[in-house]
Design a protein around this ligand. Structure first.
Ligand SMILES: CC(C)(COP(=O)(O)OP(=O)(O)OC[C@H]1O[C@@H](n2cnc3c(N)ncnc32)[C@H](O)[C@@H]1OP(=O)(O)O)[C@@H](O)C(=O)NCCC(=O)NCCS
Length: 252
């Protein structure tokens, strides 16, 4: 158990409307299980790919803003409340998406085979002091894609990246009723401090080493290849459908 000085973040980044970070009891992250959920699929090619490399996590950039907006706007009222900590309306979500700082933070997500963004996570870096960096994690998974391990997978990805960026602590603000989010954080070894309706999870990350950097490089390279394959598959399918539709129009 490590005790931390009682202080508020100097530069809190708000991923939602949750309160500022309060001091919490922190325990070491056992960092035991890497969480390797496998997307269930009937298609043998997809199943083989996912079984081998896990579902690929794409790095999202400014060009993905429309996809991010679409994903977040599709969240129901209660999910928006869970994600942002307040009843975010469409205008709030638009502002949030426009304000994403891709050059500073990390935003990543999971696309389905129709290239729809079905899960996304935001890792916001913040400087706690000159010596200590922290990052805040926020996530959402489309209602139809839940329970497949995507939330846990995005969290594991965030842990790996934050660790390799020299981040000492990962922070998650969530509502105390958010059982799946708290389950993900606890499973990764986070300590959770509950304060009424809100909870705050803190996860201490070990320092980066050669193995963690190599693991990140490998996973990201495989994911990039997988993403390109998925994108190519989608474009080819679309092209074939359009060509067939054109032919049908000419015949009739
Ligand atoms: C929270 C959220 C991201 C989880 O996504 P997900 O892809 O369904 O999560 P996973 O499939 O990885 O499962 C998470 C864990 O929660 C557990 N879980 C699910 N429902 C649960 C419940 N009602 N009570 C307890 N645990 C639950 C799952 O069993 C799983 O644990 P396991 O790996 O030990 O089986 C998703 O529910 C979501 O988008 N919610 C709305 C937005 C939100 O709440 N964001 C978080 C705020 S930062």
């Amino acid at each position: 158990m490590v005790s931390r000085p009682q202080q508020v973040w100097q530069n809190p980044v708000r991923l939602g409307g949750f309160g500022h970070i309060r001091p919490a009891k922190i325990r070491e992250n056992p960092y035991s299980q890497a969480m390797n959920p496998i997307e269930p699929s009937r298609n043998p090619i997809r199943a083989a790919l996912h079984g081998r490399v896990g579902v690929p996590i794409a790095v999202l950039r400014a060009a993905h803003r429309p996809a991010i907006l679409r994903h977040l706007l599709a969240l129901g009222e209660h999910d928006r409340y869970l994600r942002f900590g307040y009843a975010a309306n469409d205008a709030h979500i638009r502002r949030y998406v426009e304000g994403l700082r891709f050059e500073r933070d990390e935003v990543f997500g999971i696309f389905n085979w129709r290239m729809r963004l079905i899960a996304m996570a935001h890792l916001a870096y913040m400087v706690r002091s000159r010596q200590e960096q922290a990052a805040e994690f926020g996530v959402s998974v489309a209602a139809t894609a839940r329970g497949r391990g995507y939330g846990a997978r995005l969290f594991a990805h965030a842990m790996r990246h934050a660790r390799n960026e020299g981040v000492a602590q990962l922070v998650i603000h969530t509502l105390s009723e958010n059982a799946p989010m708290l389950a993900i954080a606890r499973k990764a070894g986070a300590s959770v401090q509950r304060e009424g309706g809100e909870s705050e999870a803190h996860l201490v990350l070990p320092p980066a080493d050669f193995r963690s950097s190599l693991s990140q490089w490998w996973q990201d390279s495989v994911a990039r290849g997988h993403y390109a394959l998925k994108n190519g598959h989608y474009r080819l399918r679309r092209w074939v459908w359009r060509a067939l539709a054109r032919q049908r129009t000419v015949v009739s």
